[in-house]
Ligand binder design. Structure first.
Ligand SMILES: CC(C)(COP(=O)(O)OP(=O)(O)OC[C@H]1O[C@@H](n2cnc3c(N)ncnc32)[C@H](O)[C@@H]1OP(=O)(O)O)[C@@H](O)C(=O)NCCC(=O)NCCS
Length: 221
C-alpha cells in the first residue's frame, strides 16, 4: 500500500490518511484537521481492501470530512480545484469532477458521479449511484433521489427543478445568449419536445435525460 503525496500538498498534522490503503494527493491540494481519507467503504458485504483515493490539484478539503476508498476497480476520485467544506461525507467509488463545491455536511452516497462546476448547498444528501450533471446548483437541505440533468438549479426533498443555474453557467464562462435560450426553452427541453437542438447546452441536457430511466425532469410547482 502506498501514499503518493505531492510535496506542495498541505496535509494537516491531525488529518488521518489510512496507512493500509492507496492515496494520491496532487500538487497544491489541502486536507484539513480530523479529515479521514482512505478508510474502507461502508458496505455490509465487505469488499477487498484494494481500492484507492485520488485527490486532484489545488483541491481543498476542510475539517472532519470522510473520504472512503473505492471497493470496485476505479478510484474514489476528486478532481482539480474542488472545495469540500467541513463534515462532508464522500463514500466509496464516488467521482467528483473539477471545480465543484461541496458545502458543509453534504452526504454523497457510494458510486455517485458529480459533474464539473457543480455546487452542493449546505447538507445536501445524494442517494447512491446517481449522477449530477455539470453545472448543477443543489439548494441547501435537498434530498436527491434521481439523476440530475446538467445546468439546473434544484431544491427540496425530494429535490425538484427551480430553473436553470444561470449564475453558475455564467461563472463557468458559458455563452449568455445560449443560457437565456435554454431558460426560455427549458420545459420543452425537459420533455424532449420541440426544436431546441441548435443549442448545445439544451442538446447536452436532452442527451443526459435520454441516457437514464430515473431522471429528474419535474419542476417545483
Ligand atoms: C436553491 C437556492 C440556490 C435558490 O436561491 P434563489 O433562486 O435565490 O431562491 P429564493 O431565495 O428566491 O427562493 C425561491 C423559492 O424557493 C424556496 N427555496 C429556496 N431555497 C430552498 C431550498 N434549499 N429548499 C427548498 N426550498 C427552497 C424559497 O423558500 C422560495 O419559496 P417561495 O417562492 O415559496 O417563497 C438557494 O436558496 C440555496 O439553497 N442556496 C445554497 C445556500 C448554501 O448552502 N450556501 C452555502 C453556504 S456555505
Amino acid at each position: 500500500m502506498m501514499h503518493i503525496i505531492h510535496p506542495t500538498a498541505k496535509i494537516h498534522p491531525l488529518a488521518y490518511l489510512d496507512p493500509t490503503t492507496n492515496i494520491t494527493v496532487h500538487a497544491g491540494a489541502e486536507i484539513g484537521a480530523f479529515t479521514v481519507v482512505g478508510t474502507r467503504g461502508e458496505f455490509r458485504r465487505e469488499g477487498e481492501k484494494n481500492g484507492n483515493v485520488i485527490i486532484g490539484k489545488n483541491t481543498v478539503i476542510r475539517e472532519q470530512c470522510t473520504i472512503q476508498i473505492s471497493i470496485e476497480g476505479n478510484a474514489t476520485y476528486i478532481g482539480e480545484d474542488c472545495y469540500i467544506m467541513n463534515k462532508s461525507h464522500i463514500a466509496h467509488d464516488v467521482i467528483i469532477e473539477d471545480n465543484t463545491t461541496i458545502s458543509t455536511g453534504s452526504l454523497i452516497g457510494g458510486y455517485c458521479k458529480i459533474g464539473k462546476s457543480v455546487n452542493l448547498g449546505l447538507g445536501a444528501i445524494i442517494h447512491q449511484r446517481l449522477e449530477i450533471g455539470n453545472g448543477v446548483m443543489v439548494g441547501m437541505g435537498s434530498v436527491i433521489t434521481k439523476n440530475v440533468p446538467p445546468y439546473l438549479t434544484i431544491a427540496g426533498s425530494p429535490a425538484k427543478i427551480m430553473g436553470i443555474n444561470q449564475r453558475g453557467m455564467e461563472r463557468a464562462g458559458l455563452d449568455t445568449d445560449k443560457i437565456s435560450n435554454l431558460q426560455e426553452n427549458l420545459n420543452m427541453t425537459l420533455k424532449l419536445s420541440g426544436n431546441y437542438m441548435e443549442n448545445e447546452y439544451a442538446n447536452n441536457m436532452a442527451n443526459f435525460i435520454k441516457n437514464y430511466d430515473k431522471v429528474l425532469t419535474e419542476m417545483i410547482k
